[in-house]
Every structure is written in C-alpha cells, then in structure tokens.
Design a protein around this ligand. Sequence first.
Ligand code: OFO
Length: 171
Amino acid sequence: MLSEKIQNAINLQINAELYSSYLYVAMAMYFESVDMSGAAKWMNSQAQEELVHADKFMHYVNERGGRVILEAIEKPPVEWKSVLDAFEAALEHERKVSSLINDLVTLAREENDHMSDNFLQWYIAEQVEEEASAGEVVRKLKLIGDSGSGRFMIDNELGQRVFVPAAGSGE
Ligand code: OFO
C-alpha cells in the first residue's frame, strides 16, 4: 500500500507528465506553423512518450492500492521565438522533470518505500536519455545557425523519428 505522501507526490508527477505531453504537442503545432514538419513529427513522438510516462505512473499507483487523482493541466505557451528557442525550452523542461524525479526518489527513501524507489529508477534512466536527446538537437540547431540548407537537413533528420515505446513502459 502506498503512503498518502507518496501517492500525492506521484499524482503531482502524473500531472507533470501530462503537462509535458501537452507542452510538446504545443511545440509540434508551432513547428508546423513555421513549416518544420520534421521537427513537428519529432516533437509529436516526444509527446506520445510523455503519455507513456504518465500511464506507467498511473498503473503503478493502482497496482499499489492507491488512487489516481487527475488535476487540471496547465495551458502551455503557443509561440516560441525560433525552433532553437523551442528546443532549448524543451531541454530546460526536461531538466526540471529530472529534478522532480530526483525529489520523488528522495521522498521514497525518506518513507522507506523500497518498491517506489525501485520503480522510480526506470525514470531516472529515462531522464538521462530525455535530456541527451533534446540537448543533441539544441547543439545541432546552434551549429547550423541561420543556414537555410542546414535547417532543411535537420528538419529531414528530425522527421525520421518514429515513436517506439521504451522497453518496460506501459506496465
Ligand atoms: Fe520527458 O520525461 Fe517525462 O516528463
């Protein structure tokens, strides 16, 4: 059985994951508005991953005899200054999520909840990838600068991304 403290904290994290998805859909729509359909596809895949993150937490709460409580999801921004600006915001957001996951692990340890601690390790590993993949796009976008052909090429590359649920997700 989950303690109320852990249950409440995970419910907040479910909201954060759903917001991540909402934010990335908003970014994908911005990319479409500036004719970057590859970047939009990349970000839509990211948005789907976030739904998997939320879903995995929801299943866990239920498995441990807790109750999922869904709160309102905050409205994401509509516009960014540039594609680079949006990806930098995505990277910043992932860093924030990593810190939230770290706090959850700390709480699980304080509560002596080894099951939650073990469960959360999947997210710890996932955040390493999440930060790395957003960071890689930021670096590439900085390299191409204002180059139109560079922008065309990176959009093509980003458009290759296909959503594949990570191993162990959706349990
Ligand atoms: Fe992007 O990792 Fe979940 O929120």
